[in-house]
Ligand binder design. Structure first.
Ligand code: PMP
Ligand code: GLN
Length: 382
């Protein structure tokens, strides 16, 4: 393995899921649903396969999907992307993120991440031979807030790109308009590209609303929006994601993407197009049931004496283990599957400053009622 990838030898999701399987634990670690997405969408995919839609799709993605993505962004955010030049279908958001960094950042330039950050971001920056710097979330009431001073401090003359994620994995933080306006101002002042990972754009709770930074003044032209069908339609295995950006930025993403995978997921693409056009009511129901599960899991964690944090969005709730143990989060999570029959993920793996995040454990609530109930039962002291 080359030196720049050595720190990324294995992902935490593989490690914790393997532990869960080995100990028959309820897997509240890796964020993937254990039930299927909308039926009509699954049927379109089946039909596409049966009808021989099984060869390479066009490089930018099938037109019906790019058109559906354009309609969706216009309807929900008022932003207008040309489906022929400004929308690219990718192999999940993961590929879009890597392709954006590879295609838009020179080796030696800097990328600012918000810590804690989704694990693939740091690896993408390393792949590109770029350097990561971090701004940080800090505790704020029962949740977290962006420390804007740390963001200002992270920006240098070498900074090329700011990689944002809201709703935020792992903390469940949803950035509000004031924060996004402040970030946008910095991006304009320092002439940065912003890549915004919005894979949880639909999954916000308690009236919190996702705002895309691409909609703020002066931001459309410098922003690459990334999203995915994985979380919106409960198909994490399909790996259909997308990037939307003005052509000069999208060209960079495409240049990298075409040599990473060329194309992917042919028969799933028309199915996701169908879902974007027809299954938003299904997504609204998903959001409501997820919110209920979030509340149930949070309550159970509270009763088990975790210090539960507020989750305003995503699949995840974080909990402080300080009241339970002196062990750090990684040790705690390595023991949890055997000890209580539940798997979770330590937030420290998403941070460079492990010290500040070694008390926090992430649980997912994107599982069936009965899975959540069994997890709750195992966590509840008797
Ligand atoms: N970004 C974030 C914040 C995620 O949590 C995930 C994983 N669910 C991804 C990107 C990857 O998305 P995909 O499965 O579409 O590659
Ligand atoms: N995004 C999911 C999570 O955060 C898992 C993705 C993965 O396994 N790489 O849990």
């Amino acid at each position: 393995t080359v030196a720049r990838l050595r720190p990324f030898a294995s992902t935490i999701f593989a490690e914790m899921t393997e532990l869960a399987v080995r100990h028959g634990a309820v897997n509240l670690g890796q964020g993937f649903p254990d039930s299927d997405g909308p039926k009509s969408m699954l049927e379109v995919a089946e039909r596409a396969i049966a009808e021989g839609f099984n060869q390479y799709p066009p490089g930018r993605g099938v037109p019906v999907l790019r058109q559906a993505i354009a309609r969706d962004r216009a309807a929900r955010y008022g932003t207008s992307y040309d489906p022929d030049r400004e929308i690219l279908v990718t192999v999940g958001a993961t590929e879009a993120i890597s392709a954006a960094v590879l295609g838009l950042v020179e080796p030696g330039e800097e990328v600012v991440l918000i810590e804690p950050y989704y694990d693939s971001y740091a690896a993408a920056v390393a792949l590109a031979g770029a350097t990561r710097r971090t701004a940080r979330l800090v505790p704020d009431g029962d949740g977290f807030a962006l420390d804007l001073d740390s963001l200002r401090a992270a920006i240098t003359p070498k900074t090329r790109l700011l990689l944002l994620n809201s709703p935020h994995n792992p903390t469940g933080t949803v950035l509000g308009r004031a924060d996004l306006l402040a970030i946008a101002e910095l991006a304009r002042e320092h002439d940065l590209i912003v890549v915004t990972d919005e894979v949880y754009e639909h999954l916000t709770f308690d009236g919190h609303e996702h705002i895309s930074i691409s909609t703020l003044p002066g931001m459309f032209e410098r922003t690459v929006v990334i999203s995915s069908a994985a979380k919106t339609f409960s198909v994490t295995g399909w790996k259909i994601g997308w990037a939307c950006a003005p052509a000069p930025l999208l060209d960079g993403v495409l240049a990298a993407k075409q040599f990473l995978t060329f194309v992917g997921g042919g028969p799933f693409q028309p199915a996701v197009a169908h879902a974007l056009d027809n299954e938003m009511p299904w997504v609204a129901t998903l959001r409501d049931t997820l919110s209920d599960k979030r509340i149930r899991l949070s309550k159970a964690l509270q009763e088990a004496e975790f210090g539960v944090k507020r989750s305003d969005g995503t699949y995840f709730v974080c909990a402080d283990i300080t009241p339970l143990t002196a062990a750090d989060a990684m040790t705690f999570c390595r023991e949890l599957p055997e000890r209580l029959g539940v798997a979770a993920v330590p937030v420290s793996v998403f941070a460079d400053d492990k010290e500040s995040w070694n008390r926090l454990v992430r649980f997912t609530f994107c599982k069936k009622e009965e899975t959540i109930a069994e997890g709750v039962r195992r966590l509840t002291p008797n």
